[in-house]
Design a protein around this ligand. Structure first.
Ligand SMILES: NC(=O)c1ccc[n+]([C@@H]2O[C@H](COP(=O)([O-])OP(=O)(O)OC[C@H]3O[C@@H](n4cnc5c(N)ncnc54)[C@H](O)[C@@H]3O)[C@@H](O)[C@H]2O)c1
Ligand SMILES: [Zn+2]
Length: 360
């Protein structure tokens, strides 16, 4: 799959085993930035990384902080990195964001390559050019657009995914299939439900999810308009991730975010309850096992107001009028909306009998 961006055309190679491509790509001056868990789980990959300069990335949000970035830059510059050297990221979304952001600002931009190792990064984040780091409590608020020179998505990495990371990747994929529309949703939902217990059939889901994203980012690379619909589930999802101290992984938080957005849309008379229920049915296997708690809601609402998509007093969110009918709107975060959100979490509304909730 090749992707056109303003900076370059880059491609995703789908392979079974990462080693041949990694050995071919790894230049002796390239700096490999590798997820520590992946380094420990894949000794042969670690051995190639260790053939030259490399750094281990702790897969956590603190590693994406402005302060941590300073240490990385200091080490790379002290190590003699030059404009013609490259970074090679091996890991998930965190490793990607750190590496891409670093590559984008060093010498006004150096090349980087990406070996995504979990489902979220293979099915979503690896394309789209976005680079982000956190600034204090402000998640992903520093960043830009700096696509990799090459992406190699190796199936072998997906055999060691913990269940929560599998569910997280499936949740992120589900959001593409909801945004894409009824045909993709109907095709993907049963496959996603099966993949929860048998990740063997992920290949076609990964390719289709990326194809939906590719189509959009080639039209709106810089998220200036149409691409905004991919924020569906994300404003609420980011707030949930934040109040959970990132214990709830991104794609699971986004899955709750979509269901919550749908509940709000039903309440506002924008979405038929039956449509919310249809999407909820498909989301349920991804939500099961996670019990989010927003306490009195104060931290959740503060996080929602901090979201970078907000302009002024209103909260900008993506709501849905049905599958494939997502749109950006200003949601007044007034007492009624806050009550609806509190009730949603306090009543574990996503677990409720679908007939019972369809009247709400
Ligand atoms: N740049 C973008 O377009 C973009 C898009 C979506 C998300 N993100 C960012 O990505 C982050 C979330 O991504 P993530 O969920 O991949 O986080 P992550 O990189 O922390 O990975 C999640 C977990 O998967 C583990 N893992 C990775 N590969 C594995 C493997 N092969 N076997 C076993 N475990 C493995 C990691 O060690 C980690 O514990 C967030 O910071 C989010 O903001 C960026
Ligand atoms: Zn996402």
């Amino acid at each position: 799959m090749s992707i056109r961006s303003s900076r370059r055309v880059y491609s995703v190679a789908f392979v079974a085993d990462p080693l041949p491509a990694l050995e071919a790509a790894r230049g002796e001056r390239d700096v490999v930035c590798i997820d520590k868990t992946v380094f420990d789980l894949y000794p042969a990959v670690a051995a190639v990384a260790a053939k030259g300069p490399y750094r281990l990335i702790e897969p956590c949000e603190e590693a994406k902080s402005f302060d941590a970035l300073g240490d990385i830059l200091a080490d790379l510059l002290a190590g003699g990195l030059t404009k013609s050297d490259r970074l090679i990221a091996i890991g998930g979304g965190v490793t990607q964001d750190i590496t891409a952001f670093t590559a984008s600002i060093l010498f006004r931009g150096i090349d980087w390559l990406f070996f995504p190792t979990n489902l979220l990064s293979q099915a979503d984040s690896c394309i789209g050019s976005k680079t982000s780091i956190n600034f204090g409590a402000y998640k992903n608020q520093l960043g830009g657009f700096h696509p990799p020179a090459q992406i190699v998505a190796a199936q072998a990495f997906l055999t060691t995914l913990p269940r929560r990371d599998l569910l997280s990747g499936l949740g992120e994929m589900m959001h593409y299939f909801c945004v894409s529309g009824r045909e993709d949703f109907a095709w993907a939902s049963p496959r996603i439900a099966r993949a929860v217990d048998d990740p063997g059939g992920l290949g076609p889901l990964i390719r289709r999810s990326l194809a939906i994203k590719k189509d959009m980012i080639e039209r709106d690379e810089f998220d200036a308009g149409p691409r905004n619909v991919f924020n569906y589930g994300h404003s609420f999802g980011h707030a949930l991730e934040s109040v959970s101290g990132y214990a709830i992984p991104h794609g699971i938080a986004v899955s709750f975010g979509m269901d919550l957005a749908n509940c709000l849309a039903v309440r506002l008379g924008l979405l038929p309850a039956a449509d919310r229920d249809e999407m909820r049915r498909a989301l349920l296997p991804l939500l099961a096992g996670t019990v989010p708690d927003i306490g009195d809601g104060a931290a959740f609402f503060a996080a929602l107001r901090r979201d970078k998509k907000n302009e002024g007093a209103v909260v900008k969110v993506i709501l849905s009028r049905g599958l494939g009918q997502m749109f950006k709107t200003s949601l007044p975060l007034d007492a009624a909306a806050e009550r609806c959100i509190r009730d949603y979490f306090a009543g574990a509304q996503w677990t409720k009998d679908l007939c019972e909730t369809s009247e709400n």
